[in-house]
Write a new protein. Structure first.
Lengths: 283, 433
């Protein structure tokens, strides 16, 4: 069985700062990580491989430095890695990205038939959750989103049974392969590769594909040209709320606590008193 | 079947990178093992780089290394609660083509240097912790065991650059654990400010930099120093105190840092800054007498792990780089002569360190850590006396100068006594020589 996992190298959002004057994201010096949601996809793919046999190929699109993420994935025990990198891909939105990835997966499929494509639920930098479904649509794959567990893959590699988070409960779904799965967070714990995996990660070749290598014929569907999404404005939102205030309630009567609460409310807003007066007058 | 290398370098800080780089350049099959996600990811030094030690490895490092500012001014401040008295040295001579000292952010620098190590041909693996040294039946170190499945890796020689805690060496029984009197705990914050603001506040231009070392009452009678370093768009602000003093006084170093930051001479420098990082680290400050056995049967130890740090001159990274390089050179010499990597032959590394500035400087200040640890008046009483003297002299209030001088002399004598004063001077001079 051939499993492909799509991962994305993203800036560690916990360490990003917004420039106070220009409102642009300051990426300089911000470390990059594998999109955390993708790690659940990665681990689940490895588990499926370990249970049912086969190989896992990890695929990413990004600048040349995205190779670091692929090597990292190799260190967890992935079998092969492909980096899709080309200036033509720069500025891709989710439509252009899913086009490029789908084309590359098609190419991998020709080399060695692909049974399952895994992606994370979404990325932490774009948060759209569109690329996985976009790939499934283009490749006409069965689409299983928000999957929390893989129950079974039949031995002939013809069907798969999964658990999927749905409103109010868990759905158990069975579908035919090939399929695309977007994996829910918190569903597994990433393994630690063995020493052999780590050495392999350092030594193995990461295949680097340009748009042409990946089999892209229509370059206008890539990068900025292939991206209908337009960023109109970027701004840092106002904090939604002030810091919460606490009342120390220990050993106080309900009346005292109520008094303190009211005091606090009136101190926080000098208009509150007037507003209440107006309301009572109106009544 | 375990992997086999010529040399394993444990750690990818200054010492480890210097060792691995030197070996890989000479064609040695070297494995470098780093526990962090990448070289520098665990590093919080923020930081002064002494160019000479890097030049010895990579002469043209300035072209590609991430450096913050070159230092043109050094300030030493002795603080009491209200004042500072100090010396500043600034010179345009430091605005040279190949500057001598730089501020830097280690996380970035180490990553860069480790990139050079990889380019030189070393095998570098990360997120892997070395647990202990492996030995053959004769007791010779012949590899390491890591915290991964199939974690044993073999080598003819292991160079330990595993940092101040020196866990690998102490776990493997080749040295004793570090002692709380020998290490300082330093806490540091990164205060972000626009470049222009830093330049204005410190009276500098472009990439010129200032270093302030701070002594005095900020350490509340404990042995330690504070510091403010100018980076490109941030200030490294921190304070370090000997751990045994912190334990005795039950004081958290972050409390000291808050106090230092609010000092009237410090606060205006930091005003309006955004604090982005908070970190803590141990510094090996025991000096010469704390340096452990530097080599043994199949192993050498470098940098912080070997306690190579000059606390008086705030030099550490240069000692780490130099010791790492010398360990590598020792191995290369033995290899070229076809001599075995055993305890006797590796003693050459100890000799190289003894003959270099590294151990010469540590030897020179050998007595200093003990004297400072047992004579707290240097950090408690003298800052007040010095500041008081300066204020008495400078304040114009109708009192004649002779009376003022008498008052100063009296203050010193009543605080410390004539024998105390002479004794302190004697101790300092003796420690310095």
């Amino acid at each position: 069985m051939h499993i492909v996992v799509c991962i994305k190298q993203v800036p560690d959002s916990a360490q990003i700062r917004v420039h106070p004057v220009t409102n642009t994201i300051m990426r300089q010096g911000v470390p990059t990580i594998i999109n955390p949601y993708d790690l659940f996809a990665l681990e689940e793919a490895l588990r499926v491989r370990d249970r049912f046999g086969g190989k896992v190929t990890v695929l990413t699109m990004g600048p040349p430095m995205a190779e670091d993420s692929l090597r990292k994935a190799l260190g967890y025990g992935v079998d092969a890695a492909v980096l899709l990198t080309d200036r033509a891909f720069a500025g891709s939105d989710t439509l252009a990205t899913s086009f490029a990835l789908a084309t590359a997966i098609e190419k991998l499929h020709q080399e060695d038939p692909v049974h399952i494509v895994f992606t994370g639920k979404q990325t932490i930098d774009g948060d759209t959750a569109q690329v996985g479904p976009g790939i499934a649509q283009r490749l006409k794959l069965q689409q299983l989103t928000y999957v929390s567990a893989i129950r079974d893959v039949d031995s002939a590699g013809k069907s798969i049974t999964v658990e999927r988070r749905a409103e109010g409960g868990t759905q158990v779904l069975k579908t035919t392969l090939p399929c695309l799965i977007t994996m829910l967070e918190g569903t597994n714990t990433l393994r630690r590769g063995s020493m052999d995996d780590v050495f392999r990660a350092v030594r193995s070749e990461v295949r680097t594909w340009s748009a042409r290598d990946a089999g892209v014929e229509d370059i206008t569907k890539c990068g900025l040209r292939g991206s209908p999404t337009v960023v109109k404005k970027v701004f840092a939102p106002q904090p939604r709320m002030e810091k919460a205030q606490q009342i120390d309630a220990l050993g106080k009567s309900p009346a005292e606590i109520a008094d303190e609460t009211i005091n606090m409310l009136f101190t926080a807003s000098n208009q509150l008193g007037d507003d209440i007066l107006k309301l009572t007058e109106a009544i | 079947m375990a992997e086999k290398f010529d040399v394993i370098v444990v750690g990818a800080g200054m010492a480890g990178n210097a060792a691995a780089y030197t070996l890989a350049k000479a064609g040695v099959n070297v494995l470098q093992i780093e526990r962090g996600e990448y070289a520098g990811s665990k590093n919080v030094q923020g930081g002064i780089l002494y160019a000479q030690a890097v030049e010895a490895l990579i002469p043209e490092f300035r072209e590609s290394a991430p450096l913050e500012r070159h230092i043109i001014e050094q300030r030493i401040w002795v603080l009491n609660d209200k004042s500072y008295i100090g010396t500043h040295f600034r010179s345009d001579n430091f605005n040279e083509e190949r500057p001598n000292r730089y501020t830097l952010v280690r996380a970035q620098f180490d990553k860069w240097l480790n990139g050079e190590v990889k380019k030189a041909g070393a095998t570098v693996i990360t997120e892997t912790t070395v647990l202990e040294l492996l030995k053959d039946e004769t007791g010779k170190v012949n590899g390491v065991r890591c915290d991964r499945e199939n974690g044993e890796v073999r080598a003819d020689c292991v160079i330990l650059c595993d940092g101040v805690n020196a866990l690998v060496g102490s776990r493997s029984g080749v040295r004793k654990e570090i002692n709380s009197k020998e290490v300082a705990l330093a806490v540091k914050e990164m205060h972000f400010l626009p470049r222009d603001v830093i330049n204005e506040r410190f009276n500098i231009q472009e990439s010129e930099g200032v270093v302030i070392e701070i002594l005095g009452t900020v350490t509340e009678g404990m042995l330690g120093t504070g510091f403010i370093y100018t980076n490109g768009e941030s200030l490294s602000v921190g304070i370090g105190v000997i751990v045994s003093d912190l334990m005795k006084n039950r004081i958290n170093p972050s409390t000291l840092l808050e106090k230092m930051k609010s000092h009237p001479s410090v606060a205006p420098l930091l005003k309006g800054s955004e604090v982005k990082e908070y970190s803590a680290h141990l510094l090996p400050e025991g000096g010469y007498d704390s340096v452990p056995e530097l080599s043994g049967n199949g192993w050498m130890v470098c940098g912080d792990s070997a306690h190579l740090l000059n606390a008086i001159h705030r030099e550490g990274s240069n000692m780490a780089l130099t010791s790492g390089r010398l360990a590598a050179e020792t191995y290369l010499e033995l290899r070229d002569k076809g001599q075995p990597i055993n305890a006797e032959n590796l003693k050459k590394y100890n000799q190289k360190l003894e003959n270099s500035f590294v151990l010469k400087d540590l030897k020179k200040y050998r007595r200093m850590p003990h004297i400072m640890l047992e004579n707290k008046q240097f950090v408690t009483m003298y800052p007040d006396l010095l500041a008081g003297a300066a204020e008495t002299l400078l304040r114009v209030d109708g009192v004649d100068k002779k009376t003022k001088e008498k008052k100063i002399t009296k203050d010193f004598r009543s605080a410390r006594g004539i024998f105390g004063l002479v004794g302190d001077a004697f101790k300092l001079v003796r420690a310095w020589r």
